[in-house]
Ligand binder design. Structure first.
Ligand SMILES: *Cc1c(COP(=O)(O)O)cnc(C)c1O
Length: 404
């Protein structure tokens, strides 16, 4: 199925995504007649009598029981995120990594195999190759976007196909239709980490993908002030995942859920600005004489620009680029000369961030590993915030000139 292109509309809902982000999951009338949801600082929830406990268990009633299984504020945000993604059920975790670990641990057993595209968040790769391996789960990395290689890595033990889209930090875009279809053809679950796109820019479930995952630390929270992760899927497929979360205890505090709910109110407004800033900065960089190459799906020079245009509403705030004829130090000089963008890992918040992947995320890797992961010394990753594009461009302009 092609992307519906009903801009700003959530599937299964006649409401626009900003309306959904503001209102979905919330009761019309709330405790204290307050317009905002309360923060219930409770580790446990009381029952009036023994029969109420028995009724709750036997009828699987929708109420709270104990804080490790969830809290009321989290339920609201889960419903908001399920509505934004157009999925049946969302499940929140205390971080994006907790979500990835929680999903894979709940779906995989010793002897099972996973195939994933090799451009990915370095901690996801580390979890698969270092930790799942200890439990007898075999992981295969294949070249990003090489569906023939992915298909030939599938065998009877394969349980999950995993990819990001767009990928971090290369911004490669996956053909979601091919990805979903490959999983269906072989009866294997598919997972897209859509952190860089958000449900505003892509809707992987529409293409038959089984699980969508986001680090809500990034655009969903949006203010560089919280960590959270979320997985969206069908009620049936999410049941075992939710059960394991209750055992793992990778739960969000009520305060954290208030912050995430508050951040989501402006989700669409922020995404429009991130998309516009990413595009403007990418175009500026591509035209600059010191820039060797820009990775951004919104540029016609991007290898998957056609598929990106077809399937994405916008291309996000993350822009990766290479400095021409620069060693690692000359590249660091450009990063260090930035006055507006702060030097930090992460992305998706209101403040622009800049970093050199070699130093920030791959410093402890060998040169061969960095080459294998496609992380050259002269690479810079800029996460555009919601500042004014002209100011971001002026800052980059002076940084490129200063660092020469
Ligand atoms: C940040 C990130 C994660 C990890 O999320 P945390 O909230 O930091 O645990 C996973 N995938 C992608 C693509 C990310 O950018």
């Amino acid at each position: 199925m092609m992307h519906s292109h009903k801009r700003g509309r959530s599937p299964g809902s006649s409401l626009g995504s900003s309306t959904v982000a503001v209102h979905a999951g919330e009761a019309r009338q709330k405790p204290g007649d307050a317009i905002t949801d309360p923060i219930f600082c409770a580790s446990t929830y009381t029952f009036t009598d023994t029969q109420t406990v028995i009724d709750y268990i036997e009828q699987d009633q929708p109420r709270q029981e104990y804080g490790r299984y969830g809290n009321p504020g989290e339920r609201v945000v889960e419903q908001k995120l399920a509505a934004l993604e157009g999925g049946e059920q969302a499940l929140l975790y205390s971080s994006g990594m907790a979500a990835i670990v929680g999903l894979l641990m709940s779906k995989l057993s010793a002897g099972d195999e996973v195939v994933f595209f090799d451009e990915c968040y370095h901690r996801s790769r580390e979890f698969c190759s270092k930790h799942l391996a200890r439990f007898g789960v075999v992981t295969h990395q294949v070249r990003t976007g090489d569906f023939a290689a992915m298909e030939s890595a599938i065998n009877v033990r394969t349980k999950m196909l995993v990819s990001e889209s767009p990928t971090n930090p290369h911004l490669s875009v996956i053909d979601l239709e091919c990805f979903g279809a490959l999983g269906k053809k072989h009866g294997v679950d598919t997972l897209i980490d859509a952190t860089l796109a958000t449900p505003y820019n892509i809707k992987p479930l529409e293409y038959g993908v089984d699980f969508v995952l986001h680090s809500a630390t990034k655009y969903l929270g949006g203010h560089n002030d919280l960590l959270a992760g979320v997985i969206i899927g069908t009620n049936e497929k999410m049941e075992s995942v939710r059960n394991l979360r209750g055992v793992m205890g990778a739960i969000n505090s009520p305060h954290n859920m208030y912050l995430l709910s508050r951040g989501l109110k402006t989700f669409e407004l922020r995404m429009d600005r991130h998309n516009a800033n990413g595009q403007a900065v990418a175009e500026f960089l591509e035209g600059h004489s010191r820039v060797e190459k820009v990775y951004y799906p919104g540029l016609p020079s991007h290898p998957q620009h056609a598929i990106a245009k077809q399937t994405m509403k916008g291309f996000g705030g993350l822009v990766t680029f290479l400095i021409k004829d620069a060693d690692w130090r000359a590249t660091a000089d450009v990063v260090d000369a930035a006055k507006l963008a702060r030097i930090a890992p992460s992305l998706g918040g209101v403040e622009s961030l800049i970093e050199q992947p070699l130093v920030m995320s791959y410093y402890q890797c060998t040169a061969e590993e960095r080459q294998r992961y496609g992380i050259p010394d002269n690479m810079i990753r800029m996460a555009c915030g919601i500042e004014n594009a002209a100011d971001l461009i002026d800052d980059l302009q002076q940084a490129l000139e200063a660092g020469q």
